[in-house]
Design a protein around this ligand. Structure first.
Ligand code: ATP
Ligand code: LTN
Length: 337
């Protein structure tokens, strides 16, 4: 990252390798990253340490981590411009996370919506990692003196907590951390399930018809959109009362870059069938080249491994700088070289 020399602001974001990413992840996060990569110094992490809060098959997790990093590149992130790496390769994430745990209150963590949802879903395994997960996320971000964090709407609360923890630490020890700002796009920050449009689209949804995976076959994508739940009405309007229709318009607007108003004009007077057909066409045109690049890149494992190695080293160097400062501030003995 020679970006520091260029004095650009710093971006950090990540996705968990818990499955093939969905259209929600793509439109809410990764597509925005590609737009920001020229103007910022960016770190895009595969946050594998976050994934084990829920049981994972080891071989599958390893494969998914590599596939996710490959997908970052296939979606248009330039490995020469951005630092893309695996979280578990940079031990400073875990080390800072421990320290920040000691500056985070139980009450704050108990209020996190994602913890409440995930613990309700994983009743048999409510482990303490699930509870302290937002502290690890705060460490990810604060380690790199991040200015901006582009995420979907569901991460807003975690980001507010990261700001709170960083500010608390700075108030005690002086200006150690940059306090990050969220970057949440107006359209696309919350793509909903195609089957239950009041729930967010999620890659760990049990019903695959609820989400579009970036690697779904073109015909499968078309069928999933065709079968998307709308309502018994026939009129295309953009309203909270019609979450299924609103979601389809949001997807269309986000992909084409057209304003919501102009999309609504375009579809007014047309039936749901036509709306679905056009949305499906837009999604397919967007994802086809991504899928082709992914398949090509996937053949070249060495190329991906080299990127991870080189970028992991850079991330490690940057993270250690902040970590050492923090360790000194809290009073850990200084290392003699
Ligand atoms: P999981 O189902 O395993 O919890 P997820 O699909 O919710 O995963 P994450 O890895 O938690 O995905 O999220 C990666 C990024 O994608 C985050 O920035 C998150 O805010 C964004 N994101 C996730 N789901 C959506 C969605 N439905 N709409 C918009 N953005 C989303
Ligand atoms: N918690 C996020 C993933 C995540 C992240 C981060 C996002 C982990 N660390 C740092 C942005 C910045 C999620 O579940 N979507």
């Amino acid at each position: 990252m020679n970006a520091q020399a260029e004095n650009k602001k710093i971006i950090f974001s990540g996705v968990q390798p818990t499955g093939v990413i969905t259209l929600g992840n793509y439109l809410g996060a990764i597509k925005n990253w590609t737009k920001l990569q020229d103007d910022y110094n960016c770190l895009f992490c595969v946050v594998d340490m976050h994934s084990i809060t829920v049981r994972q098959d080891p071989a599958l997790l390893r494969k998914r981590a590599r596939d996710l990093l490959t997908m970052y590149i296939a979606a248009g992130l330039d490995p020469e411009k951005n630092i893309m790496y695996y979280q578990s390769h940079v031990s400073a994430h875990a080390e800072l996370s421990w320290i920040l745990n000691c500056f985070t209150y139980m009450g704050e963590l108990s209020r996190m919506t994602q913890f409440k949802e995930k613990s309700a879903k994983n009743g048999a395994n409510i482990n303490s990692g699930l509870f302290t997960y937002p502290v690890l996320m705060a460490a990810d971000i604060l380690l790199y003196q991040t200015d901006l964090v582009p995420v979907g709407h569901d991460q807003k609360q975690h980001l507010e907590l990261a700001r709170e923890i960083g500010t608390r630490f700075n108030n005690i020890y002086g200006d150690v951390f940059t306090i990050p700002e969220p970057y949440i796009a107006k359209v696309g920050a919350k793509i909903m399930s195609l089957q239950e449009p009041t729930k967010k689209m999620s890659k760990s949804d049990e019903n695959p018809n609820g989400y579009i995976s970036l690697l779904d076959d073109i015909n499968v994508i078309k069928n999933k959109i065709k079968r998307a739940v709308t309502d018994s009405d026939r009129e295309v309007t953009y309203s909270e009362h019609k979450p299924g229709v609103k979601n389809l318009i949001d997807i269309y607007a986000c992909i084409t870059g057209e304003s919501i108003e102009s999309c609504v004009d375009r579809f007014t007077g047309k039936g749901y069938g036509e709306l679905k057909l056009e949305v499906a066409e837009a999604v397919v045109e967007e994802l086809r080249p991504v899928q082709e690049r992914f398949k090509d890149l996937q053949k070249n494992k060495d190329y991906i491994d080299q990127i991870v190695k080189k970028n992991g080293e850079t991330a490690n160097y940057l993270a250690t700088k902040t970590l050492r400062k923090v360790q000194k501030k809290v009073g850990f003995p200084v290392r003699i070289r």
